[in-house]
Design a protein around this ligand. Structure first.
Ligand code: ADP
Ligand code: MG
Length: 348
């Protein structure tokens, strides 16, 4: 080969290319791999940085589909559907996943004093939430179905992992908590694959692993409940945390000039009309955040602030109808209002 400038340049670029590939393989250059997919009735995104990123994403998608198969009320053969079919008749032995979710769900039913109640399914079905045929049911239908809503009728037995609903016509729906459990499972898969930095987004249910590749904390935006998706009311800066929001803008329909959303107050059978329109929980485990965000949304800001301030390691941000923002004490210095229509109202 003749040695001239042209050849020297080619050789140099090849060497640089090889060095770059080696750096990538050894993990010294950080690059996120991002994948979007549909599961758990919603669009999900995993953004993962690390040598085993693709493997971790594949495993996560498989686990999410498994959780969906076990826990969806829209799948006839799911464990949840079977528990509902057996209601008042016999108990069902369920998988570890389903048992754990139901056990945790009952804890949040109790803590929220029934504001969160997974036996809400007959009412959710009446409204057509999660389906095409949404409608406003008649008040007598609601009254009738409300009679069977009572989480105290869920009988669980740890010895054989079984679940029983005491009365016929009772039905459970873990839609208000399963995504949190799913996010925790993805977190565990990421950690097993030595992923140091990742963003898990299960339909707005966020879990951040580590900090960003530049070493800074992640900034998570909290949706402005009055605006189009993607416009934030505030941001929060977090490392290794779950950030879960329940909001009136997530799923709703409008009729006769009135908006009906998907979070039902079990004491009325109608969509919650507490002063809270957006409830965000920041926690180490997403299952806690998911159960509590739905529950506190219904409880209203006074009770919700009191409950979360009492819980160690769990924080919250509540936005009220009046654009007031309540933040628990553990979050001081971490929240930034990004829209000046909102005002802090930190004490109750
Ligand atoms: P999203 O599913 O939009 O993330 P949530 O976590 O707040 O929102 O869960 C809302 C879902 O929980 C509803 O779609 C319904 O399936 C169920 N749900 C509605 N009201 C209640 C309630 N009071 N207690 C428990 N689950 C509920
Ligand atoms: Mg929830």
């Amino acid at each position: 080969m003749v040695f001239n400038i042209e050849n020297a340049l080619i050789i140099m670029s090849v060497i640089i290319g090889i060095i770059l590939i080696l750096l990538l393989i050894s993990g010294n250059i950080k690059e996120y791999i991002s994948r979007e997919f549909y599961s758990l009735g919603t669009l999900n995104q995993l953004k993962v940085c690390g040598r085993k990123a693709n493997k971790a994403i594949d495993e996560s998608i498989r686990k999410l589909c498994e959780i969906d198969d076990k826990m969806s009320v829209f799948k006839e053969n799911s464990e949840i559907s079977k528990i509902n079919q057996y209601a008042g008749k016999q108990s069902l032995i369920v998988s570890e996943d389903t048992y754990y979710v139901i056990e945790k769900a009952i804890k949040y039913c109790m803590l929220s004093e029934g504001a969160f109640d997974i036996t809400i399914r007959p009412i959710v079905a009446l409204w057509g939430i999660g389906k095409e045929d949404v409608r406003v049911p008649g008040s007598s239908e609601i009254k009738q179905k409300l009679k069977v809503v009572n989480y105290k009728d869920i009988v669980i037995d740890k010895n054989n992992s079984s679940i029983l609903l005491k009365n016929e016509k009772q039905e459970i729906d873990v839609g208000g908590i399963a995504k949190g459990y799913a996010a925790d499972q993805v977190r565990d898969i990421m950690i097993k694959n030595k992923i140091k930095s990742a963003l898990i987004n299960l339909g707005g249910n966020i879990f951040v692993i580590g900090s960003k590749d530049d070493g800074n904390a992640w900034t998570v935006g909290i949706q402005n409940p009055f605006k189009r998706r993607g416009e934030f009311a505030l941001t929060i800066s977090v490392i290794n945390k779950s950030v879960v929001t329940s909001g009136n803008y997530e799923r709703y329909f409008e009729t006769g000039g009135k908006k009906f959303h998907h979070i039902i107050n079990p004491s009325t059978g109608y969509p919650s009309e507490s002063d809270i329109i957006s409830s965000t929980i920041i926690s180490d485990n997403s299952i806690d955040g998911d159960g509590l965000s739905t529950g506190t949304y219904i409880m209203g800001v006074f009770k919700a602030m009191r409950l979360i301030e009492e819980m160690k390691g769990i924080d919250a941000i509540f936005i009220t109808k009046n654009k007031e923002v309540y933040v628990t004490s553990g979050l001081s210095g971490k929240v930034t209002l990004t829209n000046n229509e909102f005002v802090y109202k930190n004490s109750i």
